[in-house]
Design a protein around this ligand. Structure first.
Ligand SMILES: Cc1ncc(COP(=O)(O)O)c(C=O)c1O
Length: 420
């Protein structure tokens, strides 16, 4: 089986809407490396889009999955419950920021967690409207698309979307949006479009993921919290991409002076198994009536076993601290080549959630240069992802388990690709 053969079969068998970035096919993977069906090796800085903070096939995670496979793979938690679900909910309740009683419900995908956070917020407040931010990404379901603040490719041709969703600009100093402008836009929205008493929730990413690894300043998050408190609105932190150790803390919200009422999480939660969660204030989480939350596969026992192992691995191997060190090393290396690479407009990041943004000579976003760097790195065996409203940002999502040797090799490739 060659990559070319598989590509031909893929084009005939699957729709183009499932856009695929690479033209090679995965054969196997271990930790931060991935081999294609022709035996070529890649260093994986995409990590299945931020899913593999504990690396491909971490032995502890594999052992937990195998042990669970020997017991049962599915009962539907809502029919026959199991201890792992309860244990994981207890752990997430303890570890999610917020000094208050919490409850957690498990789901399967990030979009599903977002959908359910909105359902819970509406059930608790009895209000319909939701406010989200430009550049935000919240998934590909109807509500996920409605909340997402980027039209192409996520919303093209898919409307109409659920009503009562509003967008406000997210602060982004490089793109000329200050915290004050963003919070003022929110106040304008209350005057021009929606009565704050009709708003159930404001949903935001503490660091926008698909939007370009744009970091919310503390003043912005504190401002959102104050506005929510004033009007009885719930604050939802979408930590699907920022969660589980990416930002130098288990959750990005630990970097802030205020807490969210509800937190969504997925991706690196279960080390490659499909699992997501909504954690929040106990009284809010209890608002939906019995049977209102769940799903046939929600909180699958194999994925739950993997998640419990992921949390142990993060703690025992001190991966969150290691991620922060690796992130600092990556930023320093990028800074060292900055004088030679005029396209670098900004190097930013929290912990291991690092990105570099490129502008052309005219000061405008340079998506072409970004694509060239990505393509050059891929040729040399380093898999990188881009992001950003203008596609001019490269984000780094290396597994936090990556060895020093492999990290150095990857950084050398990156620097070469930038210089080329
Ligand atoms: C912040 C955020 N929310 C929600 C989602 C949707 O998650 P999923 O693709 O698992 O549905 C993503 C996915 O990238 C995300 O980054």
């Amino acid at each position: 089986m060659t990559n070319a053969e598989l590509l031909r079969r893929k084009d005939a068998a699957t729709p183009r809407g499932v856009g695929v970035m690479c033209n090679f096919y995965a054969d196997r993977a271990l930790d931060a490396e991935l081999w294609d069906v022709e035996g070529k090796r890649y260093i994986d800085f995409a990590a299945g889009i931020a899913v593999l903070n504990t690396g491909h096939r971490h032995p502890r995670v594999m052992a937990a999955i195998q042990a669970q496979l020997e017991r049962f793979t599915h009962t539907a938690y809502q029919i026959v419950p199991y201890a792992g679900y309860v244990q994981l909910a207890e752990t997430i309740n303890q570890r999610t920021p917020g000094d208050f009683a919490k409850k957690t419900a498990l789901f399967t995908t990030g979009a599903e967690a977002v959908e359910n956070a909105v359902k819970i917020a509406r059930a608790f407040t009895g209000r319909p409207a939701v406010i989200a931010f430009g550049g935000g990404f919240h998934g590909r379901t109807m509500m996920g698309m409605a909340l997402t603040g980027k039209v192409a490719p996520y919303k093209l041709g898919f409307g109409p979307f659920p009503a009562d969703v509003y967008h406000v600009p997210y602060p982004n100093a490089l793109h000329g949006v200050s915290v004050e402008q963003s919070l003022t836009a929110l106040q304008h929205l209350f005057k021009s479009d929606v009565d704050p008493k009709r708003v159930a929730a404001i949903i935001f990413e503490p660091v926008q993921g698909e939007g370009g690894f744009v970091i919310a300043p503390d003043a912005f998050v504190a401002g959102l919290r104050a506005i929510c408190d004033e009007h009885g609105i719930l604050l939802i932190a979408d930590e699907v991409q920022t969660g589980f150790g990416r930002t130098g803390k288990l959750f990005a919200m630990s970097h802030y002076s205020v807490c969210a009422d509800l937190t969504t999480m997925a991706k690196s939660l279960a080390g490659g198994m499909p699992l997501s969660a909504v954690c929040g204030r106990a009284e809010i989480m209890d608002a939906p009536a019995p049977g209102g939350l769940g799903g046939t596969y929600a909180g699958n026992p194999v994925a739950v076993a993997a998640a419990l192992a992921v949390i142990d691995v993060l703690d025992e191997e001190r991966l969150i601290e290691r991620g922060a060190e690796l992130g600092a090393r990556l930023k320093a290396r990028l800074e060292s080549v900055r004088p030679q690479v005029q396209q670098i407009a900004e190097i930013r990041g929290v912990g291991a959630m690092v990105a570099v943004e490129f502008n052309g000579r005219d000061g405008r976003p340079d998506a072409d240069f970004t694509r060239r760097v990505q393509a050059r790195a891929l040729e040399k065996g380093l898999l990188l992802l881009s992001c950003g409203t203008y596609g001019n940002v490269i984000r780094f999502l290396f597994p936090l388990t990556i060895s020093d040797t492999l990290m150095n090799e990857a950084l050398d490739i990156l620097v070469d690709a930038l210089a080329d």
